[in-house]
Design a protein around this ligand. Structure first.
Ligand code: ASP
Length: 332
């Protein structure tokens, strides 16, 4: 059926007991050995790293992006599987999706149960990811978990422990995997891919600040003072905060900081409905609403925009381009 390259990065699927708790330490070959390889698929493993994904950085994600590019430079490769910790999987997957310009898929998977668990979910997830990577085309970067295939964009971790760990709360899966076959239900909308960032430049600081009762602009302003080039405001409801926070947003935008607004609510888009500190005023202050993207992926959109251009106007343009599909979906 095809040749698939597994890029191993760690996570619970590669985790063993360390005496006090679990941590990633296995190599990709050990992880692959747990799974049935679909008939006709040949697999090569690239051991990139073995870390718990809460420790993943922009530098790791750029290394992963460049490794994917190198692997796909070989026309004999049909697809890629990335094994990754579930905690930040949605962030790395979306980062790669925003830069992915190849019909061949990059399929992220992982596990909620550790490598050697007798009832582990890793073997099935990895089998399904291999099958998906070997068979689908033109779907961008995907997340395969618990029999479902999700588009990277919009998908979040929705369960801390249960096996059905991922979903797009505002959308539907792209496909499912059952009885040795991948059934595609829809094609996800994706914007034109961003160029791969040049190597070696300084990496932007992008912070996330959450609004809540009693919140004042102190933490938002601390992010600006720390040198943030972008800030994601996790607002209440459909994207609301206070007049004081709107003033802080306006001051930050005037200094060239990209400000994006998402919500603490799990489902649905942010929208310009309320004033007196609401999304109407945040947008007037220069913030950009992120549609149905949640905090982690909103931050990745801002990060990617900051890496795409050096000037404020270019960055704002790149952010709008990365969000265009989400905005359309939210309005539909
Ligand atoms: N702690 C793990 C991680 O690396 C969780 C997981 O993989 O499920 O994200």
């Amino acid at each position: 059926m095809g040749q698939v390259v597994v890029i191993s990065t760690g996570g619970t699927i590669a985790s063993r007991w360390q005496g006090s708790g679990y941590a990633a330490d296995a190599r990709g070959g050990d992880v692959l050995a747990t799974a049935a390889v679909p008939e006709g698929v040949t697999v090569r493993v690239v051991d990139l790293m073995s870390v718990n994904s809460a420790r993943i950085t922009t530098a790791h994600q750029l290394t992963l992006l460049r490794t994917v590019r190198e692997v796909l430079a070989d026309p004999a490769v049909d697809g890629i599987v990335v094994t990754h910790g579930t905690d930040t999987l949605e962030e790395s997957a979306f980062f790669l999706d925003l830069h992915h310009d190849d019909p061949r898929p990059v399929v992220f998977t992982g596990a909620q149960r550790p490598l050697e668990a007798p009832d582990g979910d890793g073997p099935r997830n990895l089998h399904d990811a291999l099958l998906t990577a070997a068979t689908v085309r033109d779907l961008g970067v995907l997340i395969v978990f618990d029999g479902q295939v999700h588009a990277a964009r919009g998908t979040v971790k929705v369960q801390t422990l249960a096996a059905d760990a991922f979903a797009d709360p505002s959308g539907k899966p792209v496909a499912d995997v059952a009885d040795g076959a991948v059934r595609v239900h829809r094609r996800p909308g994706r914007p034109a891919p961003l160029a791969v960032p040049a190597a070696g430049g300084p990496l932007p600081r992008i912070d996330v600040v959450m609004h809540h009762c009693d919140a004042d602009p102190t933490l938002f302003e601390a992010a600006v003072a720390a040198g943030a080039q972008g800030i994601v405001l996790v607002a209440t409801g459909a994207g609301n905060a206070t007049p004081e926070i709107c003033a802080a947003v306006e001051a930050a935008v005037a200094r060239g900081v990209l400000v994006a607004v998402t919500t603490r609510v799990s489902t649905g888009p942010v929208a310009e409905i309320y004033t007196h500190g609401g999304a109407v005023d945040l947008v007037a202050a220069g913030a950009v609403l992120t549609g149905t993207l949640r905090a982690g992926q909103s931050r990745i959109a801002v990060l990617s925009a900051a890496l795409a251009a050096t000037d404020a106007a270019g960055r704002a343009d790149a952010l709008h381009r990365t969000l265009a599909v989400t905005a359309v979906a939210a309005a539909a």
